[in-house]
Design a protein around this ligand. Sequence first.
Ligand code: ZN
Length: 473
Amino acid sequence: MIAWALRRTIVPILVAGAISALGCSLADAADAADTAATVAERLGHEAQMDDWGYKFLETMTSEIGPRLAGTDAEVRAAKFAEAKLKAAGLDVHLENFPMTVWERGIETATIEKPASQRLVLTALGGSVATPPAGIEAEVIVFRTYSALLAAPLGSLVGKIAVVTERMVRTQDGAGYGAANRIRRAGASEAARRGAVAYLHRSLGTDSHRLAHTGALDYADGILRIPAAALANPDADQLERLAAQGPVTIHLTLTPSERENGQSLTVVGEVKGREKPDEIVLIGAHLDSWDLGTGAIDDGAGDAIVVEVGKLIASLPQHPRRTVRIVLFGAEEMDYSGPAYTKAHIDDAARIIVAGETDFGARPIYEAKLPAGAAASSFGSVFGGLLPPFHVLLSREPSRQGGADVDGLMRAGVPIVSLQQDGLDYFDIHHTADDTFDKIDPAQLAQNLAVWAMFTYLAAESDIDFRRLPSPAP
Ligand SMILES: [Zn+2]
C-alpha cells in the first residue's frame, strides 16, 4: 500500500509553459504539438496508476517461472505474452529462429585438501560437462584476469584455473562491462594454458553464497573445458586457502546441449494511423536464466514494454506511426539480437528509433536520445515531461541500446537509451535470487511512464532521428 500511495505523489504536474511546441516538423505546429505533449503527459500519469504490467510480471514469474531459452517454459511465456497483447488490442505474431539449447545439470564442487568443505558455484551457460564422476585437480588462483593472461602457455597443465577478480559496483553497469571478459573468455584463456577446468568469482556485487551464471564464449580451435562461477564468498575462501598452500578441489558439472532447438520472439503492433510503415520499436527479452524466475532480468522489461503497448493501443486514436513491441527470445544465450537483425535487415530503414529495457526495475535517471535529438524541438517536449519523474535529459547521445537492439543500431537504426539506476542490479543479476519480490511497483511504474511518454511522442511526431544536425560541441 505504501508503494501505491507513493505513486500518487510522483504524478507529474506540468505547468503550461513546460509544454513547448513539438516543432515545425509537425504538420500543425502548435495545436498538434500541444495535443501530443498533453497525450504523452496523460499516458505518463496513467502508467503510474495502472498495475497491468506489474500483474503481467507477477503471473509470468509465478505461473511460468524461469524461461530458459529454447525450453517449453520459454514457449509458454511467449504464448502467455501473445494472449495478453492480443487482449490489449495489439496485432500480434510470433517469429521463430534456430538455436542450440543448453540446460544445466548437476553442479557440485568440494575442496578436498587442505580440509573438506563444499563450494557454491554454478555452471556458465554453454559450458561443457565434466566426466560424470567429476574431476579432481589442484587450483591455481589468479587475483586478476590480467594475471591469468600473463601466465605462460602450458603453465596450467592439469590444473583448475580460478580468477578471483572483483567486479566494481557502478550506477550505469560499466563495472559489468569491464568484467565481462572474465566470464566470456576466461575458459578458453585457461584452456590455452593447459587448464582442465575454469572457475571465476561471480560477476556480482553481493557477498551472498549465490553464484551468478551467464553465457561464455569458447574460442575457436581451443579445447572446451568446463567452466563455472563461484559465489563470491567461496571465491574469497579459495583465495585465502591458496595463499597458504596447495588446494585441491573436486568439480562435477553435467550440463547438456541439444542442437536443432528453436526460440521465438513475440511481436505486438499498434498500427500507425497515418504512417503505418514507420516504426517505433521498443523491446525487452522474454527468456531468462533458470536459477531464479527472471523478474529483474528481464521480466521487468517485459512488463514495461507490454504495458506501453497496452496503454498506447487503448488511446482514442493510434499515434501516426506504428509502435512495435518486441519480446525477444534467447537473449541470454546471445541469439536474440543477431536473429532479429538478420530477419529484419530489410525493415531497418523503416525503424525510426529502437530501444530496449533490460536493466532491472529501478528508476530511470537519465534519458539519452540519438545524436542531435536532445537539442531538437522533440527533445524540448520530451525533456519538459521528465522533471516530475526525476529524470535528466542528457546532452550526450545514446551510443548503445543493449544486446537485443545493437544489431539494429549497427544496421543504422537510431537508438534511445533510458538509463536505470543499476547500483544494486548486480547483487541479484543471474542468481537464484532474481524473483518477483524484488520488484518495487512504484519504481516499475516510473520506468513505464517514461517509456510510454517517449514511445508515444516518437510515434506521434515527424522527427527523423537519422537526419538531425549534430549537436554543438
Ligand atoms: Zn537481460
